[in-house]
Design a protein around this ligand. Sequence first.
Ligand code: HEC
Length: 133
Amino acid sequence: MTVSLLFKVGILALSTNFLGCTRSEVSFWSDVQPIFEKHCIDCHDCGGEGVTASGFSVRGYDSVMKGTRFGQVVVPGSSISSTLYLVVAQKTAPEIQMPPHHNQAWAEGRGSPLSDDEVEIIQTWIDQGAQDN
Ligand code: HEC
């Protein structure tokens, strides 16, 4: 009994260690949505300029998955194909990096840059399948 329990604990420790190179599961609602609320919602909700210009709202999972009026910005499982990731990771043309027109918007207290950690959370959430979790 004790031996088998120890064995199971050992296996668990091993598998946890094995997965050590990837981030543990990211939750949309507890990890990703708070980032949108901190950095994006001023412009990307209701009549905000981001919604007016692109149709993209970060109100919740459904609207994030719906994307802009031109199409989806999240490709589940592939951050590198996802506009959402590319714009926050500063991997697009400067005009569409998010938050946009940095200095002016920041000076007005609207939007602020994401930390590397926040960018990685969004990236990992997409790569893990962009789940409603
Ligand atoms: C200061 C207002 C503002 C803030 C803050 C802001 N956005 Fe935007 N966003 C815009 C505007 C304006 C557009 C339309 C820009 C364009 O297409 O030229 C846009 C467009 C977008 C698009 C569509 C890009 C495309 O080309 O399809 C995405 C995705 C996006 N924003 C995500 C975000 C995310 C994520 C955040 C938070 C990290 C954010 N935005 C913060 C104003 C904002």
